[in-house]
Design a protein around this ligand. Structure first.
Ligand code: FE2
Length: 390
C-alpha cells in the first residue's frame, strides 16, 4: 500500500511522504532562510542521499555550506565547531539531515548560534533553559534518515561531555524544529542492523513513555499506537529494506515515540545513556538489550498497562511476563543479542554506572522510583542475562 502524502501540524509542521525531499527549498523559503547551514554526520556525508539533497539546494540557487564533523555520539566540540562554522559563514538557519546524532548536533548548533553562555549552562536541570535568549535560536528544518530517535520532533538534544564521560541533555522549547521533512525514500538504504537498532529505540521510547507515571492520556494514546505500528512493521522493514510502506510506517512511528516521551522516559534510557558515553555503543542497540530487564524490574508498577499492551499486540498471554517474552522473541528475529556481555560490556564499573544512571534526567520518570543500587542491579542483570534475579 502506498502511504498518502500529507501535511501535519502536530507536534510541529511535518511534511510527510515519498519524494518530499524535493520541497527542501520551499521549506527554507517558508522560514525565511536564505543561507542555511547543512549539518550531517561524518558517515552520511559520503552517501547518495546527501549528494541528491545538496543538488536540489543548488538547483534552487540557495547559498549554503555543509558541516559534517558530527560523531556517532555528538560531542561538545562538534557543537562548538559547528557554531563557529555557522557564524563565520553568516548562516541564517540550519538544515538537520541524518539520524539522531546529526539532528541532535544540528539542533544544538542552531540553539547555541546566538547565545552568550556556554553549552553546559543549558543542561536540562531545573529551569536552566529559561536563561537562554530565544531570539538567538536559529530556525531548523529537520530531515530524518533513520526511523528511531524521533529527534526531529523533540525539544532536546543529547550531547556527550567528553571530560566527564557523560551524556547530557540540552533542552529548550524552541529547539523543536520548525519544519520536518519526513520522506520514507531517504531511509531505503539503511542496512538491516541499523534499521533494527533504531526501530527498537523508537519502541523503547513509546514503552517507557507509556509506563511513566502521571496522568497524560494524550501521550499514552500516541505511545500505544506507536508500539502497535512498530510491532507490525519493524520486522518487515528489517527483512525487506525496500518495502516503502514499512519504511513509511516506521518513520511516522519514530516521530510518535518521541512525541509521547515528552511524558518521560525511564531506566532503560538512564542506563543506556551511560553505556553510550563510556563504551561508545549504538544507543538503540543498548536500549534493545536492556529493555526486558527493565520491564522485569518495573513489573509491580506496570502490570495493568502491560495487560492492556498485550491485548493491543494480540498476544496469547497477558501481562508483563508476556510482553517480556514477546520482546525477547522480537529481538531474536532482529538479530539483537540478549546480554550486554555479547557486545563486550562487563560488570567492571557497575557501581559507578548505577550512580551515574541515577542522576540521568530519565530516572525520575521511571515507572517506579529507583535508586542507584537498583540501577546497578539492572545493569548487572543486563550484562549477565539474569532476568530472574530482578
Ligand atoms: Fe532513545
Amino acid at each position: 500500500m502506498q502511504l498518502a502524502n500529507t501535511n501535519w501540524n502536530y507536534p510541529t509542521t511535518i511534511w510527510f511522504g515519498n519524494g518530499r525531499i524535493n520541497e527542501i527549498s520551499q521549506a527554507c523559503q517558508k522560514l525565511g532562510i536564505n543561507n542555511p547551514l547543512f549539518v550531517t554526520d561524518e558517515g552520511l556525508v559520503k552517501l547518495d542521499i546527501v549528494e541528491k539533497t545538496i543538488n536540489i539546494l543548488k538547483k534552487n540557487s540557495l547559498n549554503f555550506t555543509v558541516y559534517s564533523d558530527v560523531q556517532g555520539n555528538p560531542t561538545e566540540k562538534n557543537v562548538v565547531d559547528g557554531v563557529a562554522h555557522y557564524l563565520k559563514n553568516k548562516h541564517d538557519g540550519v538544515i538537520a539531515f541524518g539520524g539522531g546524532s546529526a539532528i541532535d548536533a544540528a539542533k544544538t548548533i542552531a540553539f547555541m548560534s546566538g547565545q552568550t553562555r556556554s553549552l553546559w549552562d543549558f543542561e536540562d536541570v531545573g529551569d536552566n533553559w529559561s536563561y537562554a535568549d530565544p531570539a538567538g535560536i536559529a530556525p531548523v528544518i529537520a530531515i530524518p534518515t533513520t526511523a528511531g530517535t524521533g529527534s526531529e520532533v523533540g525539544r532536546a538534544s543529547v550531547i556527550l561531555d567528553e571530560k566527564l564521560h557523560t551524556k547530557k541533555i540540552i533542552f529548550h522549547p524552541k529547539m523543536l524544529p520548525a519544519i520536518v521533512i519526513s520522506d520514507p525514500e531517504l531511509t531505503l538504504g539503511l542496512p538491516p542492523h541499523i534499521t533494527a537498532w533504531t526501530g527498537v529505540d523508537a519502541m523503547v521510547h513509546a514503552i517507557e513513555a507509556y509506563c511513566a507515571p502521571g496522568y497524560h492520556p494524550m501521550a499514552d494514546g500516541i505511545a500505544i499506537e506507536a508500539i502497535r505500528i512498530i510491532a507490525k512493521y519493524l520486522p518487515m522493514a528489517v527483512k525487506d529494506g525496500k518495502n516503502l510502506e514499512a519504511r513509511g510506517q516506521m518513520l511516522v512511528a519514530a516521530s510518535m515515540g518521541a512525541t509521547a516521551f515528552q511524558k518521560g522516559l525511564g531506566s532503560v534510557h538512564s542506563v543506556a545513556h551511560q553505556l553510550g558515553a563510556i563504551y561508545n555503543k549504538q544507543h538503540g542497540l543498548l536500549n534493545a538489550i536492556i529493555l526486558p530487564y527493565a520491564l522485569k524490574q518495573n513489573k509491580v508498577a506496570i502490570e495493568d498497562r502491560m495487560v492492556h499492551l498485550s491485548k493491543v499486540l494480540g498476544l496469547e498471554k497477558e501481562g508483563t511476563d508476556a510482553i517480556i517474552g514477546y520482546i525477547i522473541g522480537l529481538r531474536k528475529e532482529l538479530n539483537i543479542p540478549h546480554t550486554l556481555e555479547d557486545i563486550d560490556i562487563n560488570t567492571d564499573n557497575s557501581k559507578e554506572i548505577g550512580e551515574m544512571a541515577y542522576k540521568d534526567p530519565s530516572t525520575p520518570s521511571n515507572a517506579k522510583p529507583v535508586n542507584a543500587k537498583d540501577l546497578e542491579q539492572l545493569f548487572r542483570a543486563a550484562v549477565t542475562g539474569d532476568l530472574n534475579g530482578l
